[in-house]
Design a protein. Structure first.
Length: 133
């Protein structure tokens, strides 16, 4: 149940969209991104969460992971996993107040996958996300 002052799912989705947009911008994809929105499991009744997966073509997946992780650190995200130096599959996971984000580079394919999700939050799901449920 949501109490007054608790963050709402609309806030989490706004944070997720902003972080994802900035991440895609920083990766500088060489082709339009492929995006998929999904529900994210919540075990708390009356709360919702969502995830977004984005596949991007990248000339340098290693640099994309390193650059985005540096940005996330500077933005104040907590670094959960930093495997950005892995030459075969560089990746990192970070957490924020209402969202979690990860980036995985695939140098052998010239691609980057960015995933993010909100935490479980109460409130009304914004109209543009209702069809994802």
């Amino acid at each position: 149940m949501t109490k007054p002052g608790d963050p709402l799912i609309a806030e989490g989705l706004a944070d997720l969209e902003q972080a994802l947009g900035r991440a895609v911008e920083m990766v500088k994809p060489s082709a339009p991104p492929e995006r998929e929105n999904n529900p994210w499991p919540c075990r708390t009744e009356g709360k919702s969460a969502f995830s977004v997966d984005v596949d991007l073509k990248s000339a340098d997946p290693q640099a994309a992971v390193t650059t985005l992780l540096a940005f996330w650190r500077k933005a104040g995200f907590r670094v959960e996993v930093d495997r950005s130096a892995d030459p075969d599959r560089p990746w990192a996971v970070v957490g924020g107040r209402l969202i979690e984000m990860s980036i995985h580079g695939f140098p052998d394919r010239g691609t980057v996958w960015i995933g993010g999700n909100t935490i479980c939050l109460g409130g009304e799901v914004p109209g543009s996300w209702r069809g994802v449920l």
